[in-house]
Write a protein that binds this ligand. Structure first.
Ligand SMILES: C[S@@+](CC[C@H](N)C(=O)[O-])C[C@H]1O[C@@H](n2cnc3c(N)ncnc32)[C@H](O)[C@@H]1O
Length: 272
């Protein structure tokens, strides 16, 4: 089994005779468990959208994806780009796969590509939350099926009243429905990460029209153990808050995780 290294590198992965170094700085934990790979493909929403894969790595998931859809891939590691270009020669020629070599965050304007797409990926964990938030805000992204660390997946999928319920859950519920597809142990990867992971699916089915809703959520969840009233009163006028809470029959002692997404939207409309 491959293990974490002393340096900035994992142990070498030998691809034929060419040595590929797995780089920790790019969050490279390669998913090797075929049953998990198959579960990801089975959970893909049935539609004619393109697939965007961020971080194809050694191409294990890509191999499954190009069998069912055409794929637009973004990979930052130039060594892996070269490897993928040689491994998927035929798919590239027949236009089932296009590889963009570079940092996906630099390529991402408000839309990542100009066609409707589903994001399917085993994400680099160090930027996973940032990528998912961008995908949630991208009007061309229709569904998100990604592997991240379990704790992060739980935050995106939590319901009101649950411990993990926070601004990520509210932002997600504002545009769609989320569920965990499968929990994945470290042994499914090479090298194994230190934490458990999970694949989750967000089906986007609603549009957002509230520009600074995230601003309200940042304030609302700033100190999760304090009351919602206390958090919001750091930014909003007390009179306006008292009136809004009264109109919505919200208790002044309610904590941020106990308030539903719908109430957050109603509060937002009353406070802007
Ligand atoms: C967790 S690995 C997943 C690899 C492969 N998909 C798999 O399942 O085995 C994350 C991948 O994302 C790539 N990556 C990291 N940062 C990136 C970035 N900013 N833009 C594009 N790809 C990135 C890494 O090089 C790596 O290939």
């Amino acid at each position: 089994m491959l293990t974490y290294p002393k340096y900035n590198y994992y142990k070498l992965l030998l691809m034929n005779t060419k040595a590929i170094v797995a780089k920790k700085r790019y969050g490279q934990n390669f998913l090797k468990d075929q049953s998990v790979l198959r579960k990801i493909v089975e959970a893909m929403p049935k539609n004619d959208h393109k697939i965007v894969e961020i971080g194809p790595g050694l191409g294990d998931l890509t191999k499954y994806l190009v069998d069912v859809k055409s794929v637009e891939a973004f990979e930052v590691d130039t060594d892996l780009c070269k490897l993928l270009q040689s491994k998927f020669k035929e798919e590239i020629v027949t236009k089932r796969l296009h590889i963009n070599c570079g940092d996906v965050l630099k390529a991402w304007k408000s839309e990542l590509i100009d066609k409707p797409y589903d994001l399917v990926a085993n994400l680099p964990y160090y930027i996973a939350t940032n990528i998912i938030l961008k995908a949630l805000a991208d009007p061309m992204c229709k569904n998100i099926l990604v592997m991240v660390q379990l704790e992060v997946a739980e935050k995106f999928c939590a319901n009101e009243g649950e411990k993990a319920f926070g601004s990520l859950s509210v932002i997600t519920q504002s545009v769609g429905d989320a569920r965990i597809v499968v929990q994945v142990p470290p042994t499914a990867f090479e090298p194994p990460p230190k934490i458990d992971s999970a694949v989750f699916l967000i089906k986007k089915n609603r549009d957002r029209d509230d520009e600074d809703f995230e601003g309200l959520l940042r304030v609302a969840f700033k100190q999760p153990r304090k009351t919602l009233m206390k958090n919001l009163s750091q930014t909003y006028k007390k009179d306006a808050l008292l009136e809004a809470f009264l109109e919505l029959s919200l208790s002044q002692t309610v904590r941020p995780h106990q308030v539903s997404t719908d109430y957050y939207h109603q509060l937002y409309k009353k406070l802007i």
